[in-house]
Design a protein around this ligand. Structure first.
Ligand code: FE2
Ligand code: FE2
Length: 264
């Protein structure tokens, strides 16, 4: 059995600090073999930079996925091109930099195990892009049996689109985990054909907020219908993640557990 931790959208410095303080101990305590984190908000809540990507890796993250905030900090573009551990939505239009999946090799009990990570982005209430369902088929085809264990981050707004993706990929991948809404859902389960699923893995960042941003700003924005500069909250920081136990022999998920740890 191998244990894989999937961390929901890491939000700014508060989220990164929580991970560097608590993730190494969590990895030890729960015997975690591989860590995936969504890093689209890791730079001040908007986008990712080379530095925040490195911060996530130093905390113990092995693979970083992205989402709609991918282009907020343009200096990530050369990193997207060069870095295998950074994965962007596979269904962005063709010609964009980066990769939609990566394959990692870990060693356990002196056996080499391959793990693939795919990133997809939804289309419902979001900028329209290529079909995430057909893109998932294509990425799985490209992986072409080189990894029995495959995790999918579906970064999407609509619950229905994420649930549909879970059932669409059931039995073909190890886990389908939703990100983007920043609020963890309580529907974690193993689908009938052995795929672990949760609609949203939640946020690693400040909970005293509206999805990470200072709540006063968002309330005023709703009241006035006027744009305002977003500022990240800094208080009540949590780590949100799901921990999945995987049978490496067949790549099926056996267990899924929600994790919510308060940092400060
Ligand atoms: Fe996000
Ligand atoms: Fe997002």
């Amino acid at each position: 059995m191998i244990n894989v931790l999937f961390i929901g959208d890491v939000n700014g410095k508060p989220g990164r600090s929580a991970l560097s303080a608590l993730l190494p101990k969590l990895i030890r305590d729960r015997k975690i073999d591989f860590v995936i984190a969504n890093g689209e908000n890791s730079a001040g809540g908007f986008g990712i930079t080379g530095k925040t990507f490195e911060d996530l890796l130093s905390a113990g993250v092995n693979a970083v996925t992205l989402g709609n905030h991918i282009w907020d900090k343009k200096d990530i573009i050369p990193v997207l091109e060069a870095e295998n551990r950074l994965i962007r939505p596979a269904n962005l239009p063709e010609g964009n930099p980066g990769r939609g999946h990566s394959i990692f090799t870990i060693e356990k009990n002196s056996k080499k195990i391959n793990i693939a990570v795919i990133n997809l982005i939804g289309r419902v209430f979001m900028v329209p892009v290529d079909c995430p369902f057909k893109s998932a088929d294509r990425e799985i085809e490209k992986i072409n049996g080189n990894a029995k264990i495959i995790f999918v981050d579906i970064h999407a707004e609509a619950t229905s689109e994420k649930q549909a993706m879970g059932y669409y990929l059931d039995g073909r991948v190890t886990g389908v985990f939703g990100t983007h809404t920043h609020v963890m859902t309580a529907d974690e389960k193993i689908l009938p054909k052995g795929t672990a699923y949760i609609t949203d893995a939640g946020m690693t960042g400040p909970f005293d907020s509206v999805i990470g941003v200072k709540k006063e700003i968002i309330i005023r924005r709703f009241l006035m219908a006027a744009p305002e500069k977003f500022e990240l909250s800094e208080t009540d920081v949590h780590i949100n993640a799901v921990l999945t136990g995987v049978d490496e022999a067949d790549g099926r998920a056996k267990t899924i557990e929600r994790i919510d740890i308060k940092y400060e």
